[in-house]
Design a protein around this ligand. Structure first.
Ligand code: NAP
Length: 282
C-alpha cells in the first residue's frame, strides 16, 4: 500500500545521529505508515555535535512529532529535553523523543527492543537467567543491562575495553553490575548463560569481535546487538558450537515498534515482511 500523499497536515518524524546514512529506520517506519495509512514521513538527519540542541529545538518549532536518537547522542540528548521517562533516566540514555509544542519527552525503547528480541528469539528464557556477560559500556550496553535486569537475570557482569567507562556505567545505573577486566572476559564465560555483545565490534566497517568461546557452555544463549551484517562472526562461531543465538535485527525492529506506538498510538506488527525489509541492507 502506498503512503498517503504529502499535504499541509502531514506529520514529520525522523532520526538524529552522526552518521545516519546507513539507517534502516526510514524504510521500517514508512512501511508501517503506509500499512496503517498514517499521513506522516520519517527522515534521517545527520547532525554535527554543535548542532544537536538547535536541531531539537528547531524540530519542536517546526511541529515535528517525534525523533529517534542514535550514536553519538543517546546520552547527551537528555540535557535538551523537558521530561525524561523513568526508564530512560535509569538507563541514562534515550533513543526516542516525543515532541509537542509544550514539551519534549525522552524515552528509551532500546530496553524493550532487546528484551522483546530475547523473548521472541529464544522463547523460554528461564535456562539463561543465572548469569549474563555484557560486552561494551555505551548506550546499547546500558539498555542491555536494564533489559537483563527486567527479564530477571540474577548476576550481570560487564566487560569493556576502557575500564573507566565500565566503572562509570556501573556507578550510574540502578542495577548491580560486576565489572570484569576486558582481558579476563573469556575466562569469565565459564559462568555465563547469556552473552550479549553490545560493542560496535563486528559491525560493517569495524573490526570483528575476536572472542574465544571455548569456556562458554554450549547451552548458553548468545545475543549480538550488531545487525549489519546480520550474521556476525560471533553468531557464526556460536552457532557452529551449538549455542542458541539471537541477531540484533530484532532489537532494531522492536525498538522501532515501541517508538512508532509512542508517536502514532498504534503498535505495528513485526512479521516476516518487515523482517525481510529490515534485513535488506543499503
Ligand atoms: P557506543 O555508545 O559508541 O559504544 C561502543 C562500545 O563499543 C563501547 O563500549 C566501546 O568501548 C566499544 N568498542 C568500540 N571499539 C572497540 C574496540 N576496537 N575494541 C573493544 N571495544 C570497542 O555505541 P552503542 O550505541 O552502545 O552501540 C553499540 C553497538 O550496538 C553498535 O554495533 C550498534 O550498532 C548496536 N546497536 C544496535 C541496536 C539495535 O537496534 N540492534 C541499537 C543500538 C545499538 P570503549 O568504551 O572502550 O570505547
Amino acid at each position: 500500500m502506498a503512503l498517503p500523499s504529502i499535504s499541509g497536515t502531514t506529520k514529520f518524524t525522523g532520526l538524529i545521529g552522526h552518521p545516519v546514512a546507513h539507517s534502516r529506520s526510514p524504510r521500517i517506519h514508512h512501511h508501517w505508515l503506509a500499512k496503517h495509512q498514517i499521513a506522516a514521513r520519517y527522515l534521517a538527519f545527520d547532525v554535527a555535535p554543535s548542532g544537536l540542541p538547535h536541531a531539537i529545538k528547531g524540530a519542536q518549532a517546526l511541529g515535528v512529532l517525534g525523533l529517534n536518537i542514535t550514536i553519538p547522542y543517546k546520552e547527551n540528548v537528555l540535557e535538551y529535553v523537558d521530561e525524561i521517562d523513568p526508564l530512560a533516566r535509569a538507563v541514562g540514555a534515550a533513543n526516542t523523543l516525543h515532541i509537542t509544542a509544550q514539551k519534549i519527552c525522552a524515552y528509551n525503547t532500546d530496553v524493550y527492543g532487546i528484551a522483546e528480541n530475547l523473548r521472541s528469539g529464544a522463547g523460554d528464557l528461564s535456562p539463561y537467567l543465572s548469569c549474563a556477560l555484557v560486552l561494551g559500556a555505551g548506550g546499547a550496553a546500558r539498555a542491555a543491562i536494564m533489559a537483563l535486569h527486567q527479564l530477571g537475570v540474577r548476576e550481570i557482569m560487564l566487560a569493556n575495553r576502557t575500564l573507566r567507562n565500565a566503572e562509570q556505567l556501573a556507578a550510574s545505573m540502578p542495577v548491580p553490575v560486576q565489572i570484569i577486566q576486558w582481558e579476563n572476559k573469556e575466562k569469565a564465560l565459564e559462568h555465563v548463560r547469556l552473552l550479549v555483545n553490545a560493542t560496535s565490534l563486528g559491525m560493517l566497517h569495524h573490526a570483528p569481535l575476536t572472542l574465544d568461546l571455548s569456556c562458554l557452555s554450549t547451552d548458553a544463549l548468545v545475543h549480538d546487538s550488531v545487525y549489519a551484517p546480520l550474521q556476525t562472526e560471533l553468531l557464526t562461531q556460536a552457532q557452529a558450537r551449538g549455542n542458541k543465538t539471537v541477531s540484533g535485527i530484532g532489537m532494531l525492529l522492536y525498538q522501532a515498534q515501541a517508538a512508532f506506538e509512542i508517536w502514532h498510538g498504534i503498535k505495528p506488527e513485526i512479521d516476516a515482511e518487515i523482517l525481510q525489509l529490515a534485513v535488506r541492507g543499503g
